[in-house]
Design a protein around this ligand. Structure first.
Ligand code: BEZ
Length: 219
């Protein structure tokens, strides 16, 4: 089953390196990132897990919980985690699903048979506090993910959930934003007291609302 933006994130209960976890309960009111690894003891995945562990404070700051998945058993995960700590300088500090029966991989369509019958691709799912899918990215096994990009999109998702803005090309936290077309200029005066630059009637650039001193009006 393919998973689309806005779908409810399929719930599951799975064995992980931090015990048995029910996904929705574990998420609680947090955002979540669920990402898959083709196989244990593979070099690219080793670097990815080290990086995701190093970036945990950045995920925490955004109220995001991280969970990895690989289709190998728990004993294999535990041995691999020792290698990750040794080679990447950080212990894996989030749960890793031992999906040896591929229950979760199948639920999230992480095995793409034209790529491999046995290994998952590198899927990334971002889930909102409403348990809805907010982002999907699929990388091939041979390309390591860019977790800065995952964080950048989360910043955009969290901002646009609160304010009537969209974020332009290559936007990063602190950059100017775009007032969404559904907001009239009359409404924009109220919502964006810092003003905007009307490049075209459909392209109105405003400072990032939650970075403007004294600006408090969300939505
Ligand atoms: C890796 O994680 O290093 C990897 C996994 C599958 C194919 C190629 C690389």
């Amino acid at each position: 089953m393919s998973i689309r933006l806005g779908d409810e994130a399929p719930d599951f209960t799975a064995e992980t390196t931090q015990g048995t976890i029910n996904f929705h309960e574990w998420l609680g009111d947090s955002w979540g990132v669920l990402f898959s690894h083709p196989k244990d003891y593979t070099p690219v995945c080793t670097t990815e897990l080290g990086m995701a562990a190093r970036m945990k404070p950045e995920f925490d700051r955004r109220n995001v919980k991280v969970m990895g998945l690989s289709v190998d058993p728990i004993e294999s995960h535990r041995g691999w985690e020792k290698d990750i700590e040794e080679t990447q300088g950080t212990a894996v500090n989030f749960p890793m699903i031992a999906d040896h029966d591929r229950k979760v991989a199948d639920l999230y369509d992480m095995i793409h048979p034209n790529a491999s019958d046995t290994m998952t691709v590198r899927s990334v799912y971002v889930v909102g506090p409403d348990k809805k899918i907010k982002l999907t990215i699929t990388y091939p096994a041979s390309t390591g993910r860019n977790f800065d990009e995952v964080l950048r999109v989360i910043d955009s998702l969290q901002l646009t959930a609160q304010y009537s803005v969209a974020t332009p090309v290559n936007w990063k936290d602190g950059d100017d934003c775009i007032i969404v077309p559904a907001v009239t200029n009359e409404q924009a005066k109220e919502k964006f007291p810092a003003g905007w630059n009307e490049v075209k009637p459909y392209l109105r650039i405003t400072p990032q609302p939650n970075k403007v001193k004294g600006e408090t009006k969300a939505a």
